[in-house]
Design a protein around this ligand. Structure first.
Ligand SMILES: *Cc1c(COP(=O)(O)O)cnc(C)c1O
Length: 394
C-alpha cells in the first residue's frame, strides 16, 4: 500500500515510520507529563514510573531483568557503549577483540578506534552467503580476548548469523559476547538466554518506534565502563536526562513487534519470496546473502550491468523507495565493505539492489515492482552498452 504521499516504501532496513499507536502513547510525555524523572514531586514520579514500565516491557521481550536494560540515544550509541564499555572494563584481562568483516559501521569504526588505542582486533571473514563460521570464532579466541562482537542480521544482505551457537562457544570460553541485533529487532527472537549473549543492541526506529532511541542489554555481572558521564541516570551507566517520550515509544514498539512477530514474519516472507522469484527472472540476476537463513522481509540482489545509483533514481521516479549497498555509504564511490567481503567484484557490487518490506507492503506493491523493474533494468543495460560516439572518435 503506497504511503499517503504515494511512495511505495521498500527500505524498512534503513528506517520505519513510527506506528500511530506508538506515537499516541508518546505524546503525553512531550506535554502534560514533561517532568524530569529525577525530580521528587509528582510530575517527576510520573516520568520515573513511565521509565520503570519501559524497562520492564523491554526486559519482558528480551527475557532479562529490567535492571539489565540501558536506554541510549540510538543503535549506534548502544554499539559504542557495549564495545568501548566492555573493552575498557576488561582491559586488564586482555586487549583482543573479535568481530567480522561485515559489521555495521557503528561497530567497525568503533573497533578501528580501539585499534588506534592499542587493542588488537580480529576481523573474521564470511562465506559467500555472508555467514561467520562458529569454528572460526572458537579458533580466534585467545586468553587475551576481551570481547566478541558479531551482528545478528546483516543490514545489506539480510543473512542471519548462528548467534546462539557462537554465544555458547563464547560462554564456554568465558568471553563476553555482544550482538548488534538492530536488524533483528522487529522480526526475530530476542531472548538473551537462548541466544547466549551478554550484550545486545537494538534501535527503536528499525521496528516502528521513534528515531534516536537505542536499547542496550547488559547481563548482570558484566562490567561496562560508562562512555557518557554526568548524572546517575540508567544506574550510572549512561548519563543524561532520559528521553522519556522516546523511551516510552521504544518499549511500546518492541511490545507490538513481539506480539505480531510470527504473523508478520510469515506474511512478509511470502511477499518477499514472490518478489525474489520475480526478480531472479531477470537475466544474470543473483540473490545476495543466504538463500534461507535470512531476515523474512529482506530481498537483495546483484543485477549485472546496472548502476545501483541510476537504478534507485529511476525507481524513485516511479515512487519506489529502495536502496543499494548500505544507506550510510550510498553517495560514496567505493563498493560497500559487506559486498566486498562476500566476494563480489567492485563492478558486481555496483549493481546491488536491496528491497526490504514492512507493515505497509502489500501484494499490489510487489506486483507494481515486478511490472516496472524489468523495463528499467533493460533500459539501463542498453544505455551502458551503447557505444558512445563522443569517445569512439571515428
Ligand atoms: C541502523 C543500524 C544501526 C544504527 O542504529 P541507529 O539507531 O540508526 O544509530 C546499527 N546496526 C545496524 C545493523 C543497523 O542496521
Amino acid at each position: 500500500m503506497p504511503l499517503p504521499d504515494g511512495t511505495i516504501y521498500l527500505d524498512h532496513a534503513a528506517t520505519t515510520p513510527t506506528d500511530p499507536a506508538v506515537l499516541e502513547r508518546m505524546l503525553p510525555y512531550f506535554s502534560e507529563r514533561f517532568g524530569n524523572a529525577s525530580s521528587v514531586y509528582r510530575l517527576g514520579r510520573q516520568s520515573l514510573d513511565a521509565l520503570d514500565a519501559a524497562h520492564e516491557a523491554v526486559a519482558d521481550a528480551l527475557g532479562c531483568r529490567p535492571t539489565e536494560i540501558i536506554f541510549t540515544g540510538g543503535g549506534s550509541e548502544a554499539d559504542n557503549l557495549a564495545i568501548k564499555g566492555i573493552a575498557s572494563a576488561q582491559r586488564r584481562r586482555g586487549n583482543h577483540i573479535i568481530t567480522s568483516a561485515i559489521e555495521h559501521h557503528a561497530v567497525l569504526h568503533t573497533c578501528h578506534q580501539l585499534e588506534r588505542e592499542g587493542y588488537r582486533v580480529t576481523y573474521l571473514p564470511v562465506s559467500a552467503d555472508g555467514l561467520v563460521d562458529p569454528a572460526a570464532v572458537e579458533a580466534a579466541i585467545t586468553d587475551e580476548t576481551a570481547l566478541v562482537t558479531l551482528m545478528y542480521v546483516n543490514n545489506e544482505i539480510g543473512t542471519i548469523q548462528p548467534i546462539a551457537a557462537i554465544g555458547a562457544i563464547c560462554h564456554a570460553r568465558r568471553v563476553p559476547f555482544h550482538t548488534d541485533a538492530v536488524q533483528a529487532g522487529g522480526l526475530l527472537d530476542l531472548d538473551v538466554r537462548t541466544l547466549h549473549v551478554d550484550l545486545l543492541s537494538l534501535s527503536s526506529h528499525k521496528f516502528y518506534g521513534p528515531k534516536g532511541v537505542g536499547i542496550l542489554y547488559v547481563r548482570q555481572g558484566a562490567r561496562i565502563q560508562p562512555q557518557m558521564l554526568g548524572g546517575s541516570q540508567e544506574r550510572n551507566r549512561r548519563a543524561g536526562t532520559e528521553n522519556v517520550p522516546g523511551i516510552v515509544g521504544a518499549a511500546e514498539a518492541l511490545t507490538h513487534a513481539r506480539a505480531e512477530r510470527a504473523s508478520e514474519s510469515a506474511r512478509l516472507a511470502a511477499l518477499r519470496d514472490r518478489l525474489v522469484a520475480g526478480i531472479l527472472q531477470l537475466s544474470g540476476a543473483r540473490l545476495t546473502g543466504h538463500p534461507s537463513q535470512r531476515l523474512p522481509n529482506h530481498a537483495s540482489f546483484v543485477l549485472p550491468g546496472v548502476e545501483g545509483e541510476s537504478l534507485l533514481l529511476n525507481l524513485d521516479l516511479l515512487g519506489i523507495a529502495a536502496s543499494s549497498g548500505s544507506a550510510c555509504s550510498s553517495g560514496a564511490v567505493e563498493p560497500s565493505h559487506v559486498l566486498t567481503a562476500i566476494g563480489l567484484s567492485a563492478s558486481e557490487a555496483r549493481g546491488h539492489l536491496r528491497l526490504t518490506l514492512g507493515h505497509s507492503t502489500t501484494e499490489d506493491d510487489v506486483t507494481f515492482v515486478l511490472e516496472h523493474l524489468p523495463p528499467i533494468v533493460e533500459r539501463l543495460r542498453a544505455l551502458s552498452t551503447r557505444p558512445t560516439s563522443i569517445t569512439s572518435g571515428a
